[in-house]
Design a protein around this ligand. Sequence first.
Ligand code: NAD
Ligand code: MG
Length: 389
Amino acid sequence: MARSITVLGATGSVGEQTLDLVGREPDRWRVHAVTGATGIARLAELAVAHDAEVAITALPECVEALADALAGTAVRAAGPEALEHEAAAAEIAVNGIVGAAGLAPSMAAIRAGRTLALANKETLVAAGELVTAEVARHGATLLPVDSEHSALFQALTGEPRDEVERVVITASGGAFRDWPLERLAAATPADANEHPNWDMGRRITIDSASMFNKALEVVEARELFDLRPGQIEVVVHPESIVHALVGFRDGALMAHLGPHDMRHAIGYALNWPGRRPLPVERLDLSALGSLSFRAPDEERWPALRLAREVMEARGHAGAAFNAAKEVALDAFIEGRIGFQDMAGVVEETLTRLSGRGDITSPVRSLEGALSADQLARDEAARIAAAIGD
Ligand code: NAD
Ligand code: MG
C-alpha cells in the first residue's frame, strides 16, 4: 500500500529533494499535499507532477495566483488556514519550511500522532520541551532530517542512551571560515551566500557563514536527544564528510560519513526503520585522502557561545534566540546591519528579555512559544534599527 505524504516547504531545497526521492518510487508514495509560500508557478508545477490532492500557499496574498495556476487541473488550491489541517492529514509529514513558521504545522502533525520527518530545526529550538512531550503524549514519531541529527540518530540506533557520554557535531565553517577576521565587518550577503560544500536555501547558507545554523543545531540536538549542554561539542571539519559522532562511556566514537547530499538524511527518514537504495554518491575514501578537524574560534563565531547560554537558560530562550536571529538575518540581507552585527542584535535581545524575566519560564504551550517569538522579534527589530541609524 502506498504511504501518504505531505511535503511542507515543497518548493525549497529540502522539499524539492524530498519530492525527487518520492517521485522515483511512485508505487510507494501518494502525495497528499505540497506547500510553499511564494514561488507559486513552481508549487503548482510540483503539485501537478506529483498528482497531489491539494497545494497550499502560506501567504494569503498568493492564494488567488495559486488557484489560477491550478485551474483546470485535479489539484485543489488552498491558503494558510489549511496548512495545519493538511500537515496532520497524511501518514508522514516532511517539514522543509524555513524559520519559526514551521512550528505550528509540526505541532499539528505531532498532535495527530503522525510521523514527522523534521528538517525545520526551528521547531525544536523554539519549543523543544513542548515538542518532545507532545510526541510522547500523542504517540507520534519524530525523525530528524537535519544531516547532523540524522547522523547522530543513526549512530545511536540500538545503543542504550545512558551509555552516551557526548556527541560531536561537525561544521564546515561556511563561507568565511578562512577570511581574516578584520574583513568580516565588510562581508556582504552575496559573500555569505557561497557555501563551500552544500547547496541549500539562502537563509541557512548565510546562517552557516555566521555559525547561527550550527548554534541552532546544537540546541536542536539537546532537545532531540535529551542531552546536557556540556555533552554537545562542535568541531570545524572543512570537508563535511563526517556529519556527526557519538562518544560512548567506554571511549568509543561512532562516526557517520556521507557525501554532501541531503537526500541521504531525507531518504533515511522516509525509509525508517529500514533502509533502501538511495541515488547518492558512494564515497571513495582513498580519493578523499585525508579529513581535517579543528576547534571553532568563538571570536569569529560568537553564535556558538550564545547557543550554550540558550541551552543553560532553556525555557523560552530558544524561541527568543531563533526569532532574534531571523530578524537580524533579514536586516543583514537587506543591508541594514553588518555581518558581525547579527550576533550583537541576538545577544542584546536575549539580555533585555531575560532582564525582564520574559523568557525564563518553561515552554508549556504553542501559544507561549509563539508569544516569546513575537516579543523577541519586536525587541530585535528595535535593536537592529538603532544600529542602522
Ligand atoms: P528554502 O529557503 O530552500 O525553502 C523553504 C521553504 O519554506 C520554501 O518552500 C518556502 O516557500 C517555504 N516558506 C518560506 N517562508 C514560509 C512561511 N512563512 N510559511 C510557510 N512556508 C514558508 O529552505 P531550505 O534550505 O530547504 O531549509 C528548510 C529548513 O530545513 C530550514 O529549517 C533549514 O534550516 C533546514 N535544513 C535545510 C537543509 C538544506 O540542505 N537545505 C539542511 C538541513 C536543514
Ligand atoms: Mg545541518
